[in-house]
Design a protein around this ligand. Structure first.
Ligand code: 9UX
Length: 69
């Protein structure tokens, strides 16, 4: 599975690393791409081990907003 989420509130490199690190801690994550410039977070994952909802929660727990398109 691959999803791209719009995430608001990331403004520096540190934010980028916080979001990337939080997602990578989940099971079943195969790739994470975070761009502060475009506010996009792309995640490649195996949905047997992790859900879109869990990925969104991990981002929100770091204090960022996942925007519903
Ligand atoms: Mo940078 Mo991000 O100082 O929440 S870590 S803005």
């Amino acid at each position: 599975m691959e999803i791209t989420l719009s995430v608001h509130g990331m403004t520096c490199d540190h934010c980028e690393k916080a979001v990337k690190g939080a997602i990578e801690e989940l099971n079943g994550i195969q790739g994470v791409e975070v761009s502060v410039n475009t506010n996009k977070v792309t995640v490649i994952y195996d949905d047997v081990y992790v859900s879109k909802q869990q990925i969104e929660s991990a981002i929100e727990e770091q204090g960022y907003d996942v925007v519903v398109n």
